[in-house]
Design a protein around this ligand. Structure first.
Ligand code: UD1
Ligand code: PEP
Length: 476
């Protein structure tokens, strides 16, 4: 492929080959990542941010759903495929999206953001090695490996972070990139990939061993610039895959089958930046529906695509919630008991890849089920270690027993409400399940570790306050 032939390799002081693009008027030389200044450990403890919830009252009103985190991250990575500028609208303002833009900047991209809009110009890319400390802070940062390899023929990317909910390997990404013709090795804690034939990636047919969301997205981006045709079978079918395909198609890519289990991609030599609006966050929408249910309230939410939340809507309707579609993208959920003694009935769920029950809503659903009537069984089949919220929910009085990947929840029913508690968020959705429990609990709940929750919920306390909740952020 042309782009790789123009590239040069220079040995760094560690003798690791570093990739550089030819000098351009804006980028005269390879700029290594700036060394972080050494700072001695602070002598005074850093103040800890907590969320304080004074719970036990009903919510009401309307909440506006932000753009999707899990769409914004791969689409920000996909801007690396494009010459020129891409303008992304409805990007949620979250710690994860801020880190993702720093990753793009560490490669030499020029990023400007105004409110929910981000403009990325990747014409000045000078490095294919993003800052590893940033990559280690989120899962989405690793997705840049696909675009970098496809456009520049080389990528050295540290191992990703993200929620600590399982081993989360990257073997499927590596197998897929190898199928497209890359040489990929794990060296010095980084996945080091290059195209050795000097011609770039080549289209291929391959089947993913599991419909991994991130691997599907990464390989889709790589295949969009590979020579020839690619067929990815057993692909993830999540709505975020459709959103990424929408952006890539806008940029000139040819992708068919997004949202089904088979993707057909015809590679293009160049893609061009375009304007695109990120879809609404279906997990945030589901979270607010569950917030209304756990507080036995009535709220409306928009914009939301009910077809992206079919499993949750069906389960909540079966439990006794009244869900009305007020217009194309507005839902109203009422969980207000119709008679004294009336209450929501528990239900069982098994998490699965889309269109199954979303794993990201599992901890939040567990909080709700702990307040419903009867025994519910939750089976987590996507991540092997996504139960760290259980011990924290138990502090509110929830009755939950874990056996392997199953949790048996003996619902307390509304007659015996949760008690406010001091709890710790250990991951994003587990942390948010504690916020929901706090909203339902009588008295004060203090949640620490709130930075996990900030990874995925824009304007959290403002939105909850808008629904009448008594929620504040404190530093102590
Ligand atoms: C940034 C982002 O979009 N995060 C979402 C994405 O994460 P992510 O893309 O990491 O999730 P995956 O679909 O890849 O992971 C699902 C399962 O596949 C396994 N696996 C994955 C890749 C691989 O190479 N090998 C392997 O074994 C994982 O360990 C996990 O057990 O989808 C998950 C499943 O809907 C969501 O919970 C996350 O919120
Ligand atoms: C698990 C999640 O995110 P990540 O993949 O970024 O860790 C999540 O959004 O619930």
């Amino acid at each position: 492929m042309g782009t790789f032939c123009f590239c040069s390799l220079v040995a760094s002081k560690f003798n690791t080959p570093q990739f550089v693009l030819p000098p351009t008027p804006r980028t005269q030389a390879y700029l290594p990542p700036k060394p972080k200044p050494f700072t001695s450990p602070p002598t005074t403890p850093i103040p800890e941010t907590k969320l304080v919830v004074n719970g036990g009252s009903a919510l009401s009103g309307h909440v506006t759903i932000s753009g999707s985190k899990n769409s914004a991250l791969p689409i920000l990575a996909a801007t690396l495929c494009c010459s020129g500028s891409s303008k992304l609208k409805n990007v949620p303002c979250l710690s994860d999206t801020r880190i993702m833009t720093s990753i793009l900047e560490s490669l030499g991209a020029h990023v400007m953001s105004f409110g929910g809009e981000i403009v990325v110009n990747t014409d000045g890319i000078v490095s294919v090695e993003p800052d590893s400390s940033d990559i280690g802070k989120l899962r989405g940062g690793f997705f840049v490996i696909g675009p970098l390899l496809a456009r520049f023929g080389q990528a050295n990317v540290g191992l990703p972070g993200g929620c600590d909910i399982g081993a989360r390997p990257v073997d499927l990404y590596i197998h897929g990139l190898r199928a497209l013709g890359a040489t990929v090795e794990l060296r010095d804690g980084k996945v080091q990939a290059h195209v050795s034939n000097g011609k770039g990636l080549a289209g291929a047919n391959f089947r993913l061993g599991y419909p991994s969301v991130g691997a599907t997205e990464t390989l889709m981006m790589a295949a969009c610039m590979a020579k020839g045709n690619t067929v990815i079978s057993n692909a993830a079918q999540e709505p975020e895959i459709i959103d990424l395909a929408g952006f890539l198609t806008n940029c000139g890519a040819v992708v068919e089958g997004a949202g089904t289990d088979t993707l057909y991609i015809t590679g293009r030599r160049r893609l061009y930046g375009s304007e695109y609006s990120i879809m609404p966050d279906r997990i945030e929408a589901g979270t607010y529906m569950l917030a209304a249910a756990i507080t036995r309230s009535c709220i409306s939410i928009s914009p939301v695509s009910p077809r992206n939340l079919t499993c949750l809507v069906d389960k909540l309707s079966g439990a006794g919630c009244k869900i009305l579609q007020l217009s194309d993208d507005i839902l109203e959920l009422s969980a207000i008991p119709r008679t004294i003694g009336d209450d929501l009935q528990g239900f069982s769920i098994k998490t699965n890849p889309f269109p199954g029950f979303p794993t990201d809503l599992q901890p939040l659903t567990m909080a709700l089920l702990s307040t419903c009537k009867g025994v519910s069984v939750i089976e987590e089949s996507v991540f092997e270690n996504r139960m760290s919220h259980v011990t924290e929910l138990q502090k509110f009085g929830a009755k939950i027993q874990v056996c392997g990947s199953r949790a048996i929840v003996s619902g307390k029913g509304n007659a015996s409400p949760f008690c406010g508690s001091q709890v710790i968020a250990n991951d994003l959705r587990g942390g948010m399940s504690l916020v929901l429990a706090g909203l339902a609990a009588e008295g004060i709940t203090e949640i620490s570790g709130i930075s996990h929750v900030d990874r995925g919920y824009e304007s959290l306390e403002m939105k909850l306050q808008g629904l009448g909740a008594n929620v504040t952020r404190t530093t102590s």
